[in-house]
Design a binder for this molecule. Sequence first.
Ligand SMILES: *Cc1c(COP(=O)(O)O)cnc(C)c1O
Ligand code: SF4
Length: 340
Amino acid sequence: MITRSAASVQTHWQEALSQVISDPVELLNLLDLDPALLEGAQQGSSAFKLWAPRPYVARIQRGDINDPLLKQVLPVSAELEHQPGYSMDPLGEKPKNQQAGVIHKYRDRLLFIISNTCAVNCRFCFRRHFPYDENRLNREQWQEALDYVRNDTEISEVIFSGGDPLALNDQRLGWIVDGLASIPHVQRLRIHTRFPIMIPQRITEEMLDWFARTRLQPIMVLHCNHANEINEDVIEAIQRLKQAGVTLLNQTVLLKGVNDTVDDLEKLSRTLFQNGVLPYYLHLLDKVQGAAHFDMEQEAAQRLVGKLAARCSGYLVPKLVREVAGVPAKTTLAPIMPDA
Ligand SMILES: *Cc1c(COP(=O)(O)O)cnc(C)c1O
Ligand code: SF4
């Protein structure tokens, strides 16, 4: 194996980010897909832009309109249909967003909205209508967000969210992490990200350095939705994180047509665990306008998880959860077991 310097690796991820596929024509050509899909893709992309990183697109099966990875990135006209019961702010996050850059809904932990961009635009994204521009902070404003944490001694965990927090460079992230580490009651740092899946090169030496350096206990929650997303590069990124002492969890969004069979979920859990990642949450889709075609009925989801539980060890069965606005934690939904 060739040893790459930290600098060249970093260039690599930023380059990958700048070369993201954003033109539906290019995506369809690259994957040998029916040009009849173009009109829908352009319509969908006009509302929420196509944004698909090449290392991820490389894992999509050419010519397969039903590829579970393709469905997560290809815009379709169904996104523009207005669906009753689907809202612009399904999590009710606006009222909780009092301190800029902070979402504080649960008692001992809060979110830092670190970045307003992502490595990818997921078609089902629950934050596609979030007012990110109001949450773009400068250094002084980050200082205020840190003060907010300093002034509430019940906060023991800070969760980097977004957007995708790893869209920020390591120098800036390191600065915020150092600020948090200087607050005695903060014990854990959690990062929710799709970067290790989308652009695995994002796991740089520099990042591993600030993980190793901080006194905070690091946790990373990968957002992997399908076993096909996990290739050699992803596995290597996971291994490097583990070696740096990061606890790795995964959360999945349950998506119709992507991962809504027991075989898909079983394979995902087994592949994750084999590589040292523990399944944590399986989320029912947040009812956001434009993503209704991915949604599954709650009871069908509970039956699906029941089937999964009947097949594997308890630790391979993620908790089925739903976000209910105003409730002080995620709401867990019990599996419905198949008849014996
Ligand atoms: C999901 C979420 C968390 C983390 O909840 P856990 O159950 O600890 O994973 C924290 N804050 C907000 C606003 C959340 O939506
Ligand atoms: S990475 Fe997360 S926040 Fe970004 S588009 Fe995908 S689901 Fe939304």
